[in-house]
Design a protein around this ligand. Structure first.
Ligand code: 5RP
Length: 219
């Protein structure tokens, strides 16, 4: 089965967690794009959505779903997002689409984080297959890169990418993230780092994996 079909299965299965008359937190990426399309079928049952990227915001509007600002809501019932890697503890690496900071912000508003992935995203140790994205204030790019090297990583500047917040991304390979909570805190303490793509302090609550045998739900 191809990857897109598995992503669609996970996205479709996430609809069962959408409650009527609520505002849904929506992340970003190709799996979330499938979710937005599926959510379109529920447009008359929900109040709207808070989006974690300008791209998701535009797609939600195309589906006829009202988009609220994160400042307009005091909380969300659920947040649905994809991931670049997910471990058995439901911790993730995110940021392949450079939306990690807004994703962390909207996730923090939600009671339940539902992560939708295909089987290629499941790993035992975070950092095994995907370089860790770190969003950095542009003027601090070189000094943050030096610090990441000192910590054992190999940072690479994501050329031509500016985040929705006007910042840049360093993709850090060769980090084997054995203690994701400590690593997330340590990297966030580096001056000039806005956010790093480890989602361990606030892991997912439910993982939905699209597999060749259908969507599998890990609660
Ligand atoms: C964007 C993200 C995405 O959720 C992550 O990159 C997964 O994307 P896709 O669903 O396209 O594989 O974190 O910043």
């Amino acid at each position: 089965m191809d990857q897109l079909t598995m992503k669609k299965q996970a996205a479709q299965a996430a609809l069962q967690y959408v409650k009527p008359d609520t505002i849904v937190g929506v992340g970003s990426g190709s799996t979330v794009n499938c979710f937005i399309e599926a959510l379109g079928t529920m447009r008359n049952q929900i109040k709207g959505a808070v989006a974690a990227s300008k791209n998701s915001e535009a797609l939600l509007r195309e589906q006829g779903i009202e988009v609220f600002s994160a400042n307009d809501v005091s909380g969300l019932d659920i947040y649905v997002d994809g991931a670049d890697e997910v471990n058995p503890q439901k911790m993730m690496i995110k940021g392949g689409g450079a939306a990690l900071t807004r994703e962390k912000i909207v996730a923090a508003l939600a009671k339940k984080f539902i992560c939708i992935v295909d089987t290629s995203k499941q790993v035992d140790v975070l950092g095994s297959t995907f370089a860790l994205p770190v969003e950095v204030i542009p003027m601090a790019r070189s000094q943050v890169a030096r610090k990441l090297v000192a910590l054992g990583g190999s940072p690479e500047y994501r050329e031509g990418v500016v985040t929705d917040n006007g910042n840049v991304i360093l993709d850090v390979s060769h980090f084997k993230i054995m203690n994701p909570v400590e690593m997330e805190k340590e990297l966030n303490n580096v001056a000039g780092v806005v956010t790093n793509g480890i989602f361990a302090l606030r892991p997912a609550d439910i993982i939905i994996v699209g597999t060749p045998d259908g969507a599998k739900i890990i609660e």
